[in-house]
Structure formats: structure tokens, C-alpha cells
Write a protein of this length. Structure first.
Ligand SMILES: [Zn+2]
Length: 147
């Protein structure tokens, strides 16, 4: 389904070994977390605005709503990267942490544009790390990895 980059979990990026996990594209722990994700909302401009297909949920960082978005990478749909402002308006946020088609978590905000969540030059494939890097780097919220 959302398999990408070999047999790796599409949320945390860890290698998958169990057949059921490989088929699902994510490990058991992340599968439970995946229940937090919502399907893309119906677009009021259906047929007008470019369409992306993704799942998402909303977190709050320093009182601001931030979308956590996984691009489903379905052919015929526009990538979340290339449609980022529509995606943000669909889910009602001004910044997102999103997983691109390479399996890498990136950041975008209306104010700052596209920003990296790489850590010491290594692309971030783990969602928890991505959230911590975004908090520290773009919201000046120190904690976890950075405290
Ligand atoms: Zn995982």
C-alpha cells in the first residue's frame, strides 16, 4: 500500500521484518499510531484545485496548529510537496511536517517556506525525530533530543 524505500516503516523509517508489517508498510507500534491519521478532507474546490491524496493529523506546537501529513504517493495525484499550500488550506494549518515521496520528513510553513528537518546532515525518516527537530528549529521549543 504505502510501501516505499524497501521494507521500511513508512512512519518511523525502521526496517521491517515481519511479513504482516512488510505488507502493511509499517510496524506494529506505528500501525497503532496510524489510527491517529485522518483521510484527506473533501476539497470544497473539487475539480478546480489540484488534488493530492494523503493522510494527516494535527498537533499543537506553542499554541500553533501544525499538520503531520503523509503523502500517499498515488499516481495521478499531485505530490504534497508541489501542492503544499492547498493541502494546508484543506486541513486548516499554516505549517506542516510532511513525509515526501523519498520517505523523508520535511517542514513547510507559510512564513518560512520549505525547510529541512535533517539532523547533522542526515535526512530525517523518523516522525518523532522530525517533530522534535521542527519544534526546536522552527518554534524555538527546546526539549527531548535537544534539552
Ligand atoms: Zn514504524
Amino acid at each position: 500500500m504505502m510501501g516505499n524505500g524497501g521494507n521500511r516503516c513508512c512512519i518511523c523509517g525502521k526496517p521491517l521484518t515481519k511479513i504482516a508489517s512488510i505488507e502493511r508498510g509499517m510496524g506494529d507500534v506505528c500501525a497503532a499510531r496510524y489510527a491517529l491519521f485522518n483521510p484527506k478532507p473533501k476539497n470544497k474546490n473539487e475539480g478546480f484545485a489540484p488534488q493530492s491524496d494523503y493522510v494527516y493529523y494535527i498537533i499543537e506546537i506553542k499554541g500553533e496548529k501544525v499538520g503531520v501529513v503523509i503523502d500517499k504517493d498515488i499516481s495521478g495525484f499531485m505530490s504534497v510537496t508541489n501542492n503544499i499550500d492547498n493541502v494546508c488550506s484543506e486541513i486548516g494549518v499554516k505549517s506542516v511536517i510532511y513525509r515526501d515521496s523519498e520517505g523523508v520528513w520535511d517542514f513547510w510553513s507559510e512564513q518560512m517556506g520549505f525547510k529541512s528537518l535533517a539532523l547533522h546532515g542526515t535526512p530525517t525518516t523518523n516522525l518523532d525525530t522530525a517533530i522534535e527537530v521542527a519544534k526546536a528549529r522552527y518554534f524555538s521549543e527546546v526539549g527531548g533530543l535537544f534539552s
